[in-house]
Ligand binder design. Structure first.
Ligand SMILES: Cc1cc2nc3c(=O)[nH]c(=O)nc-3n(C[C@H](O)[C@H](O)[C@H](O)COP(=O)(O)OP(=O)(O)OC[C@H]3O[C@@H](n4cnc5c(N)ncnc54)[C@H](O)[C@@H]3O)c2cc1C
Length: 490
């Protein structure tokens, strides 16, 4: 890499996603990782609809789907009572399901694909410190033998997890708290009446128990043990303790065996106030950590990476001014706030211990999730299909979108073929508008993705599939203003 490229610190799922995106957009990239090998813990097991839509642009969605377990349904139960049935199969997306796949598999697929793009993860290479200026970043990297070297880059992205060195280097607070309740996690084989195509959530009087089918008879079981009784972390559970939780929380005849991960954990809920400063950015767990309820953590981090990659690529290529990068923190920090509050709400509801409160919860949830509109909203939220950037400086509505179509900042469900193949905007319009704007702004507009608009009007769609501008048919001046603003300072 010449020193005009991007240095990524950390090759977890978020750093790998960013590296794949940057490499396919032609940005010089290096990715350093202090660990000698990929994690062997299943960790994040759910990839949701929106992440798969975005991976499809990199040609990776089918490979991920083939390696995972497609789970189109979810159930919430309390004893023998069904509180709610979730059906992702009817969501408006090519990937209407949760893909359950252990994190090491996800990382393997991403890392192998990255290799085909000519980028290798530099393992046993730890970023220890960095200095950033307006001109670039200089990082100190330490090898396994203790030797140190300097590396210059135009940008540094910390994808280095919850204990991020890059976040510490920026001096950013990781505001939030650790919840003082203990949780148990088991990754094991289950035999008996347990479905492989359904996520099961049991709200029991003693606490929650959730079962996620990983395929081929293997499952992730998560249960809460209530308020922590000691300061330090609880000892990891035995298989017998996990079996007692399965038996005790309303499941009959399900027998666990052959565990390959048994662990206790506590939930951290923390987030930075902004996702970067100057030429240094944070993405993934380095910027936000929260309850695993809803399985949104890794997905949110990957979508940080998708959001940042096309912006870095456009600025690197000289198509956009550096101000475009300011929108990254604005957009993703707002999503992070929402993900944190939703995960906290889901966890709090599950942790209720008072029998009266539990009875009210069960009745209200049964009623509310029985309403098809509310249920569909919950399904879309889990699938991350409703993420939108309405408050972003990149979202401009000159006119309202026609009824039923996305407004500026919202995801365009049916993207034209080829959109997002390059880090360029797509113009959707009639009467030669796409070709005219592509000719005038070749550094910003993709001449190959011009298409008819989804409804009346002139639309500009971002490389990540969110609507940037909605203008009246033929309103070329508004489109020109939009593109001029993005190109300013380049
Ligand atoms: C039990 C559990 C269950 C979960 N379930 C889900 C789920 O179902 N769905 C979901 O979306 N999320 C889930 N998560 C969260 C998910 O695992 C994380 O959000 C995800 O791993 C974050 O990815 P990341 O790449 O940001 O960070 P990490 O996976 O933590 O990767 C960071 C990498 O950076 C490296 N690194 C750190 N410091 C340095 C340095 N100074 N120099 C070089 N390298 C460095 C580390 O070695 C590591 O490889 C779960 C987490 C846990 C623990």
């Amino acid at each position: 890499m010449t020193d005009d490229g991007v240095l990524i610190c950390g090759a977890g799922p978020v750093g790998l996603t960013l590296a794949v995106e940057l490499a396919r957009f032609g940005v010089p990239v290096r990715i350093v990782e202090k660990a000698a090998a990929r994690t062997d813990k299943s960790k994040a097991v759910a990839i949701w609809c929106r992440s798969l839509e975005l991976f499809a642009r990199a040609g990776l969605a089918d490979r991920l789907v083939a390696a995972g377990n497609v789970v189109p349904y979810g159930s919430i139960l309390a004893g023998t009572e069904t509180i709610a049935e979730l059906d992702f199969a009817e969501l408006e997306t090519p990937y209407p399901f949760a893909l359950l796949i252990p994190q090491p598999e996800t990382e393997r697929i991403l890392e192998e694909h990255l290799g085909t793009l000519g980028v290798e993860v530099e393992r046993q290479t730890e970023l220890t410190t960095f200095k950033a200026s307006d001109a670039g970043v200089s990082a100190t990297l330490r090898a396994a033998n203790g030797s140190e070297r300097q590396l210059a880059a135009a940008w540094l992205v910390g994808c280095d997890g919850a204990h991020s060195t890059v976040r510490h280097g920026l001096g950013f607070d990781f505001e939030g708290a650790t919840q003082m309740s203990d949780w148990v996690l088991a990754d094991l084989m289950l035999a008996g009446p347990v479905a492989e195509d359904r996520i099961l959530i049991y709200w029991h009087a003693d606490g929650i128990l959730a079962i996620f089918p990983l395929g081929a008879g293997r499952f992730r079981v998560v249960a809460d043990l209530g308020p922590a009784r000691q300061e330090g972390r609880r000892a990891d559970p035995t298989l017998a303790e996990v079996q007692a939780l399965i038996d005790g929380r309303g499941l009959q005849g399900i027998v666990g065996a052959d565990p390959n991960w048994l662990a206790c954990f506590r939930i951290n809920e923390r987030k930075v106030a902004r996702y970067g400063q100057g030429r240094v950015f944070l993405a993934g767990d380095a910027a936000h950590v929260h309850s695993p309820a809803g399985g949104q953590g890794m997905n949110t981090g990957m979508q940080d990476a998708f959001n940042l990659a096309w912006k870095l690529a456009l600025v690197h290529a000289g198509g956009a001014g550096p101000a475009l990068l300011d929108s990254y923190s604005i957009e993703r920090s707002a999503v992070g706030d929402e993900v944190l509050s939703n995960a906290t709400r889901l966890t709090d509801v599950a942790l209720l211990r008072n029998p009266l409160a539990q009875a009210v919860r069960n009745r209200v949830a049964h009623f509310v999730l029985g309403l098809s509109q509310v249920r569909r909203r919950a399904e879309r939220q889990l699938g991350e299909l409703d993420i939108a950037y309405e408050a972003s400086p990149l979202s401009v509505s000159v006119v309202s979108s026609p009824q039923g179509l996305p407004d500026a900042g919202e995801r365009l469900p049916a993207a034209p073929a080829g959109m997002g193949a390059r880090a360029l905007f797509a113009v959707l319009g009639s009467a030669g508008e796409p070709a005219a704007l592509a000719a005038e702004y070749p550094h910003l507009v993709d001449a190959e993705t011009g298409d008819d608009p989804p409804g009346e009007g002139l639309w500009i769609v971002r490389p990540d599939g969110y609507v940037g501008l909605v203008a009246a048919p033929g309103d070329l001046p508004s489109a020109q203003d939009y593109l001029e603003a993005i190109g300013r300072g380049r």
